[in-house]
Design a protein around this ligand. Structure first.
Ligand code: ASN
Length: 311
């Protein structure tokens, strides 16, 4: 039994008006995202919760494992590999995917990390990065206008005056951002900007092995993050994907990872993955941005804060 558990304060927190308003906005956000994507020809795939393979991620995020039938199932950190396979069934797919990332306790201070969250994960076969960038811009504009139309009462209660952003969103390369602001480029730019924007072309040394290297700019990736303005930080992360076995293998080795851990994925790549592009967008962060609140706990009914134990 967790000695810090306090049933009364949990019941009080869940009953707060703020939670009800955030829940209404969360419901409308998910509804409008799904509607938008269905209209664009996407099919929704059920989330994968456990699998023998999952995203290793780049930063030090612990994974959770379940032993079963003499094998190890991993709880999904992101559905990246399953998305690359799912586009073989239909060329445009999405999922509301629960992700488990056991973040170190100090990540509690960011207000932007939860051990359990939902990612809108999508992928498009045979499309370049630009297609998913344009799709993401249309999608964000659609969601914000939907929420403004359907949740004005809740936005007023949060004192939030939100504009539908202008398209296209500004694109800034990692090189430009890093040269100007150093290692804290994302925080500084997010604070300065008034509208969502892109950071594109991250260095190969700083990201996962599945985003594709730019053929005309070796050492940099054909990838992108969308960043919210007003200091709200990362909205989504994605790129065009590496699908060729030999290159995937080199990238895995380059990151110091063990090829054995990825032999299933490598065999699948050998059999034939397709070129694709896609991204994952954190639902709770989008709701936090729309509500204009400072941390994810405020808009989550059962927040799993790094370093804490909760139901
Ligand atoms: N879902 C992201 C993507 O599609 C990956 C991630 O969450 N790390 O690129």
């Amino acid at each position: 039994m967790d000695p810090t558990f306090d049933a009364r304060s949990l019941i009080e927190r869940i009953s707060e008006d703020e939670k009800a308003h955030a829940l209404k906005i969360n419901t409308e956000v998910r509804k409008s995202l799904a509607e938008f994507l269905r209209n664009e020809g996407f099919l929704e795939i059920p989330p994968v919760i456990i699998s023998t393979i999952t995203d290793p991620l780049f930063h030090s995020t612990g994974g959770a494992e379940i032993e079963y039938a003499g094998a190890k199932f991993r709880l999904t950190k992101s559905m990246i590999f399953h998305k690359q396979l799912a586009i073989l069934a239909h060329d445009k797919i999405f999922s509301f995917s629960p992700n488990i990332r056991l973040e170190p306790p100090e990540m509690a201070d960011t207000g932007a990390h939860l051990l359990e969250f939902t990612q809108l994960d999508l992928e498009m076969a045979y499309e370049p990065r630009n297609s998913v960038i344009e799709l993401a811009e249309d999608m964000i504009c659609h969601v914000i206008s939907h929420v403004k139309k359907n949740c004005q009462e809740q936005l007023d209660r949060f004192g939030r005056d939100l504009n539908v952003p202008d398209k296209p969103f500004e694109r800034i390369t990692y090189k430009e951002a890093h040269d100007e602001y150093g290692g804290i480029y994302e925080e500084v730019l997010s604070q300065k900007k008034k509208e969502p924007f892109w950071i594109i072309d991250y260095p190969i040394t700083g990201r996962e092995f599945y985003d594709r290297e730019k053929p005309d700019d070796p050492g940099f990736l054909d990838d992108m993050d969308m960043i919210y303005p007003e200091g709200y930080g990362e909205a989504l992360s994605g790129g065009s994907r590496e699908y060729r076995r030999d290159r995937i293998e080199k990238r895995i080795l380059r990151q110091g990872l063990d090829l054995d851990d990825y032999h299933v994925y490598l065999e699948l790549a050998e059999e034939g993955l397709s070129p694709s592009s896609g991204f994952g967008l954190g639902i709770e962060r989008l709701v936090r941005y729309i509500c204009g609140l400072s941390d994810l706990e405020a808009i989550t009914l059962f927040p799993k804060t790094p370093g804490s134990v909760s139901i």
